[in-house]
Design a protein around this ligand. Structure first.
Ligand code: ZN
Ligand code: ZN
Length: 284
């Protein structure tokens, strides 16, 4: 079932290197199939999908933008920070990301312990095998629960056990948005607040601009038309890049979201390139 991309560039995609269902090469191939000219690989806390994706980008003649998504906590809410066009060879970036991933592993182990208190026994290995890449997360616990026939689908797994307020929920190790912005900027990347929806105020965003934020993800399935209007205004007031992407994970994780459903024009890639300290690989 091939559909056609609605935009030229989809700047938010997950692969098997974090919690997506397609490998980096498969995502790039699909991007080509739907007619995208550019795709950004933005796995959670890892850059391990970049080289495979770039190779595929050369093969299919589409631009692959090196990206990342870092989850942070802000006053009881989750704020996700996207990074684009970072330096792949920055040792400090690799170290800081591996620390974040280690914290993820500890959190998953605690959640497995809580599940066991609810009478649901799964082993860490049951979860790990669903995380083909190195960035383990709650969706992988959900997949283990489905496999063990504890629940029928990911949605029920979150509703019953895994989401905030449910018995197996464990809060993440707190990371401030400013720290994530710093990690990205230190590696030469462009920092963008992901899908703020209606949760981030203009004041909060301008506060993050002061510590290095350079863009807002305006075009995203979770931003309503009202949100897009409001966020566009905030972006213009602060001189920020307006980005967009589908947050593609694959249909078994996020049903109904196709690659290229959300995105931006190729001009945004140019804007990102201009603001990045690193010149990233172009298709030709
Ligand atoms: Zn996100
Ligand atoms: Zn995402």
């Amino acid at each position: 079932m091939i559909h056609t991309a609605k935009y030229e560039a989809d700047l938010h995609c997950h692969t098997t290197e974090s919690d997506g269902v397609c490998t980096p090469a498969q995502v790039v191939r699909q991007a080509w199939e739907v007619g995208l000219k550019a795709v950004a690989i933005t796995d959670h806390d890892t850059i391990s999908g970049w080289s495979e994706a770039e190779k595929a980008g050369k093969q299919y003649h589409i631009t692959v933008l090196k990206g990342i998504e870092i989850n942070t906590d802000w006053e009881g809410r989750e704020v996700h920070i996207l990074g684009y066009a970072l330096n792949a060879n920055d040792d400090n970036l690799a170290t800081r990301l591996s620390e974040l991933r280690e914290k993820r592993v500890q959190r998953i182990k605690k959640m497995i312990g809580k599940l066991s208190q609810c009478g649901v026994d799964i082993a860490f290995e049951d979860v790990l095998k669903h995380a083909e890449g190195d960035s383990i997360g709650r969706p992988h616990i959900a997949q283990a629960l489905i496999e063990k026939k504890v629940v029928d689908n990911v949605h029920i797994a979150f509703d019953k056990y895994l989401k905030i307020g449910r018995p197996a929920y464990v809060p993440r190790n707190k990371l401030d948005p400013a720290e994530a912005i710093r990690i990205i900027r230190d590696a030469g990347g462009v920092a963008v607040v992901a899908h703020p929806g209606s949760f981030c105020t203009a004041q909060e965003i301008s506060q993050w601009v002061k510590v290095g934020l350079q863009g807002i993800e305006v075009f995203h399935p979770e931003n309503s038309a009202d949100d897009r209007w409001r966020l566009t205004k905030i972006a213009k007031q602060n001189g920020l890049i307006i980005t967009g992407g589908s947050d593609y994970h694959g249909h078994s994780v996020k049903p109904g979201i196709n690659l290229g459903d959300w995105g931006v024009g190729m001009n945004v890639i140019k804007e990102i390139e201009q603001r990045s300290s690193i010149f990233f690989q172009q298709k030709d």
